[in-house]
Structures are given as structure tokens and as C-alpha cells.
Ligand binder design. Sequence first.
Ligand SMILES: Nc1ncnc2c1ncn2[C@@H]1O[C@H](COP(=O)(O)OP(=O)(O)OP(=O)(O)O)[C@@H](O)[C@H]1O
Length: 627
Amino acid sequence: ITEAETLLTFKSSISNNTALSSWDIKNPPCKGNSANWVGVLCIQDSVWGLQLENMGFTGTLNVSSLTNLPNLRTISFMNNRFDGPIPEIKKIPALKSVFLSRNRLSGEIPADSFTGMVWLKKLYLSQNQFTGAIPASLVSLPKLMEARLDGNHFEGLIPVFKTQNLVTFNVSDNALLGPIPSGLNKMPITMFQGNKGLCGQPLGPCNSPTALLPSPNDSSIVNGVRNTSKHTARSILIILILCVVALVAILAVMFALRRRSSRPNSVESPQSNLEKKTGIKEDQSSHGGSSHHSSAGRKGEVPKLSFVRDDREKFELPDLLKASAEILGSGCFGASYKAAPTTGSAMVVKRFKKMNNVGREEFHEHMRRIGRLNHPNLLPLVAYYYRKEEKLLVTDFVHNGSLAVHLHGHQSLGQPSLDWPTRLKIVKGVTAGLAYLYKELPSLIAPHGHLKSSNVLLNESYEPLLSDYGLIPVINQESAQELMVAYKSPEYFQNGRVTKKTDVWGLGILILEILTGKFPANFLKEGQGDEEDLAMLVSSIVKEGRVEEVFDKEMEMEKNSIGEMVRLLKIGLSCCENLENRLELKEAVEKIEELKEKDDHDDDHSSIISDGEKKSSRGLSDDSTMS
Ligand SMILES: Nc1ncnc2c1ncn2[C@@H]1O[C@H](COP(=O)(O)OP(=O)(O)OP(=O)(O)O)[C@@H](O)[C@H]1O
């Protein structure tokens, strides 16, 4: 049985599998290290991973057929709607990572579910509906480094882990009870929050109630066997005692508050300039994730920004708050403000609402990941601020403003329109930044996800800097279609999915916008609109043989560049094709890199332009006719 047959058997076991229409027996899934099939990760002509995230799958997840893939090491089915019990992943003992977070999997996980998985390093089960005890077979996995069990209904005690390798063990937002085993005491507090009956470091001392519980070394617990009747009685007792403790605590707090408010000299801290203008509030109880900020949030201390780069002078939120703030504009998420710390250059603070897709720890982790990116065409993230209801991202202020303003608002700026060499330079820079994101964020389906002209900023020499990239994982999924450009792509309208080629579509639309000077209506649509998209508009003009009419009238046309302009237009249209015919990012990058400011002398312009009349679904024919 071939790997292609195995994968197709697996596909047929999935309900609502239209996202896998590119899985076709006529093509092998892998060619060398690159994949022909969506969601398949390849190494040396063989499948080593499946990354089938966000594809709208439903029904139960059965991985038995995957045992026929000898090199399979990683599987991810995150962000689908699979229900039913946990799949039998121990049938594939060579797996190193398993990501099942954000589905609807439910029920108890059998204690021996992970027995024999000696290579397993990462297990993500977050945000499902699992119940019962944490499965005992987890504790003896020798290589386990990351276990994410948060956001389920796990109950009982946390077992004692035998491995020394565990760096992440997130069990927040469950129904766990009793003391945290000493081996886990150094983990961040956020990994345990949201469990009413849990105590011990790092949460705080186990005072009386939980001391009644058996020690987590209790072999019956370690083996995952729970003595239900004893536990029920204990649980009731604990709940009663916790209620009394909570009541006393509430009364104490109320008493303290009343005393404070009646104190005559109590002074309200004055509202800062930025706070008055923006409504951004400092939250005394929240703090960033980096260790040097761990004290923030205690009484009397100010909440701190979490810096993700070492090469920047640090400043604090109050420093920015003191500065005069200027509103730059309001996007889909909230407004952006320009403000400068007392010492240092201007920064932009962007307010993000609807950014609660992941918990606090995962958010910090993702921001640090974004902070590590470094490319001349990316606007670096400098710092961020986390509060449950609201996030702020801080970046440098880019003086020349956005590409959107230069394309559509240059007259109000009193500036000339961008010329062709500058537009070409911008396209090349955007493409280079996008290629870098694909390389550095391979686990993201759409590594940029929000590519549009207001998210392309221009520095003094008109070099483009991409902003708002890599945010899809942290945006609330239910708001994604309303907010993110990637979710306005044709494939999202047609099949409800985002793919590795979705950012290529964003690039295509941006190229067409740059060449035509027309604002793409695509980004304004929330649902499937009947409004003609920019790609359709351009292709119909080209089909009618009027290609020169497509270009922005404000762009000075140079006769000896028209061939290269048409080439770029053609690449833009190929990036907007339907999924099967759309260019891969790599192909688009190669073609764009080859473009020049001026045509070669031996180019026959009339033949290039008349190519527009030859039919393809977007109106321009393929490369062979261009040369
Ligand atoms: N770092 C920056 N330097 C200069 N201008 C910026 C910076 N960041 C954003 N802007 C500009 O501020 C304005 C508002 O930006 P913002 O990012 O809030 O909204 P948007 O890009 O229009 O939409 P969205 O929220 O969907 O990204 C835009 O014109 C944008 O180009």
C-alpha cells in the first residue's frame, strides 16, 4: 500500500473533508522535501507530518490507517470540529508531536493511552472537553517536554511525573484538586490557574482544606485509578471548606475597600494623556510574561511592557502614557496611536481587541516567537502588553506612512504619485518579507494572514516594511472572517478554509492594487459579496485587449518599461487564480525577483500586450508565450 493510498483512506474517514480536494492519487503526496498535497509535510519523498489545521473537519478522528506511514512523526488537527473520544495515537508509537487542541474531543482518556510512546515530546490537548483523570501513562514518557491539557474538564489530582524534561505542563482551567507535585513547583503560575481545588507552589500554600487530600505520590492516583466514593466525600468536604474560606476572604476585601474609600486623603491617580485620549487603561493586576517583569502587578507597582527584543532601549507604559499621543487611524481591531517615550524615538501603540484565541501563556510564547523574527522588510515587534480584555503591540513609528496612503491619498499629502521603479521595489520587498515569514513560521497556514496596503509601511527610501503579520493564531476564530484579510480569500468563501496559498492571493491582490491604483473591494466584504473583485476586474479589461488601460493613470508610464509592468500584472493575476492554478509562493518569489525596471531591448511589446487576449481563466497566458 502506497503512502498516497494510505492518506486517501485516512481522508475518506474524515467528515466534511472538502479542504483535502488537492489530495489526488494522480500526484504523489511528496516530491523530495516538498509536498504536492495540502497539509502534508514531506522528507525525502515520504510523509513525515500532517498539518491539517483549521479545515472545518467534523466527525470522529480515526488515525489507525496512518500506521502505514513509516516516517510519520508529527500530526496536527488543531482548530477543527472533531468530536468523540481521543484517537488511538499510541498505534503510531514513533510520533514525536501530537496537536489536537481546539476541537470538541470528549470523554475520559484511558489511563494507558500513551503507553509505549517513548519518542513523544509534545502533546497538545487544550480546549477540548476531556473529562476524568489525567491519564497515568503520561507520567512515564521519557521524552515528554510539553503537555498542554488546559481548557478541559480534567479532575482529580495531578500525578507525579517521572521525566526531568518537562518544561511546559499547562493544566489551567480544569477541575483539578489537591497539591501541585513538588517537581512542578517552578512552573509559571498561569499553568495552574482556573482550577478551584488546586493549591501549593506556585499557586500559594496548601492551607487546611487540601491537606486532607492524599499525597500525589499515592500509588492509586499515580496509576490513574480513582477511588470515586472516597473522592466524592472528600470533594464535598473541600468544597464546603473552600466556600467558607471564600466567604471570609470576600468579607475581608469588602471591609478593606470600604475603609480605603472612606479615607479622606485618598488620591485618585490622575488620568494620563494617552489614557484620556485613547481609553487605554493600565491594569494593576496584569503583567507581562518575561521574567524581569515578574514582580509587576503587585500592589503599588505599575504593569510593564514585555519587550521581545534585546537591541532596544527599554521604556515603560507610563512613560508612553505621559507622552502626547496622536491617533494614526482605526483599523478592524482598534486604533493605532503614535507616542514617544521621554527619551527615545516615536513608537506606535496598536490596540487589539478580539485577540483571545489563546491563553495568557500561549500568547506570551507567540509574541516571543514573533519578536525573534528579523528581516529588512518586516516591521519588528518591539514590545507588547497583555491584559485579558485587550492587548497592545508596540512597534517603531515609520515616518513615510503606509503604502495605502501613497497609493490612494498622495494628492491630499501633496506628494507626487509613486513611479514604476518605486512600485516595483515595493513589490520586491513585500515578496522578500513574505518569503521570510514562510520560512520562519512554517507551522502557520497563512504566515502573514493580513497582507494589505495599510499593513505595508514605507521607510525614508521607500523600502517596504510588513506589519501585523503572524497574528492568526491569537485572533478569536469567530471574528477572523470579519477582521483578517486571509479570511476574505475566495477559498474561504467557497470552502471555509485558509491554505498555504492564501497569502499568495493577498500578494496578488496587493500587486494589482499597486499597478492599478484601485482599492480592492475584497477587503471590505464580510460575507460572500457579488461585488466584482479586483482580480476579476483587471482580467476582464485585459481579456478585452485593453491592458494598457489597467495601469494607474497617476503612474508615469515609461514606454521602455511596459513589458516588465505587464509581466508583473500577469504574476499578480496568477497569484489570484483559484487554488489549483494559483502560483506557489516560491514560484511567485522567483518570477518577481527576475523582474527588471526596464524592458530588454529585444522584447516585442506588442506581442506581450496581445498575450492578454489569449485566454486563461484570468485572461493572460502562461510564461512560454511571454519570452
Ligand atoms: N508603525 C507605524 N508607523 C506608521 N504608521 C502606521 C504604523 N502602524 C500603523 N500605521 C498606520 O496607522 C493607520 C492605522 O493603522 P491600523 O494598523 O490601526 O489599521 P489598519 O492597518 O488600517 O487596519 P487593521 O487593523 O486591519 O490592520 C494606518 O494608516 C496604518 O498604515
